[in-house]
Design a protein around this ligand. Sequence first.
Ligand SMILES: [Zn+2]
Length: 428
Amino acid sequence: MIDLLLRNARLAGHDALTDIAVADGVIVPGTPAGTVPPAGGVAEVIDLGGRLVTPPLVEPHIHLDAVLTVGQPRPNISGSLFEGIAVWAERVRDLTYSDVQSRVRQVLRWQLTCGVQHVRSHVDVCDPQLTALRALADLREEVRGLIDLQLVAFPQQGILGFDGGKELMRKAVELGADVIGGIPHYELTREDGVESVRFALALADEHGLRVDIHCDETDDDHSRFVEVLAAETIRRGMSGRVTASHTTAMHSYNGAYAYRLIRNIARAGLHMVTNPLDNSVLQGRFDTGPVRRGHTRVKELQAAGINVCIGHDSVMDPWYPLGYGDPLQAAFVLVHYGQMSGDRELRRLIEMITVNPAAALGVPGYGLREGGPADLVVFDAPSEADALRLIAPRTLVLRGGRIVARSTPAQHIVTWQGTEEPVTFLRA
Ligand SMILES: [Zn+2]
């Protein structure tokens, strides 16, 4: 018995259409597109009409504890990163358990509607009560089976630069943090920054956890903590378990230094996450020219064979007033600021919100294949390029073979020379 038969799917990376049959939550060997359903019956058939199908979108970098706090307790007037951190430090004092949970529930719903099923969220632990972490740890259980949530113990004000920082990091692990974070460029001195990276990796190593460091999120070309992160990862043999996020200072490094650094990042097996939405508005603000646009050296890292992912970073908080949690929006921005408009590059951008972050998060059994879980996302677009161009709605989101979200794309009508006619934005 087939529970669901999706006809005429176009799998990412393929041109031919295919059918996807689902039974008991698992993708079963399908039939070629357009053939009759197999004997034994099919409970439900949906014709996808050649629409693009990918595995679930994966969000490798978001700050769920801060979502929907834009303007609270006061607006970020300058729009700068530093004013954002100051505004957030004030908001943290008002956090309550239910305040965090109700805001995060709303954004998780938005993300699922966009096809996101795996989320890594940084959670500020520079709060003696650890209110946000407690609220999110409980929410992680509440949404299990729908969205897999990884929580990063993230010291927004620093590990050494915040009173009791190291103790709060250890406490966060006891409360169930999945990943160890850090912010070395924000520590009081270069030496403190180095020590914070060493502390984070030692703590993760001790508990068998992954690491994800906010690293060199500045325009300062002297901010060089990715090299420390790579070196520590190599020394501890933690290859594959460590991610460097933001790394915007790389746009300021001289070519010779960047060349050496990228080789070491490859040797260490670091994952890299770039966050085009926030960093395109936050970075390069001290420049008179050239104007830097706030992301890491995406193309050079990829040319060296390094796994690079796209994160959303913020949803309506002191650092970024827009967003509804859709990774496709972040990918759309990277097309422009990363100048990734080549045909191959457009396909790669979809990988940067699916398979690449799945590798960084260590999602087990990820991907569409026979015998694998029926977790998938249908885009209202026939190709990766069209999905990006249209920031296409996700018409269907499946988790374990169940429809967990769907949307009816907007109908567009134009009156053309006196006649009403429907419009699609697809090329004829
Ligand atoms: Zn971040």
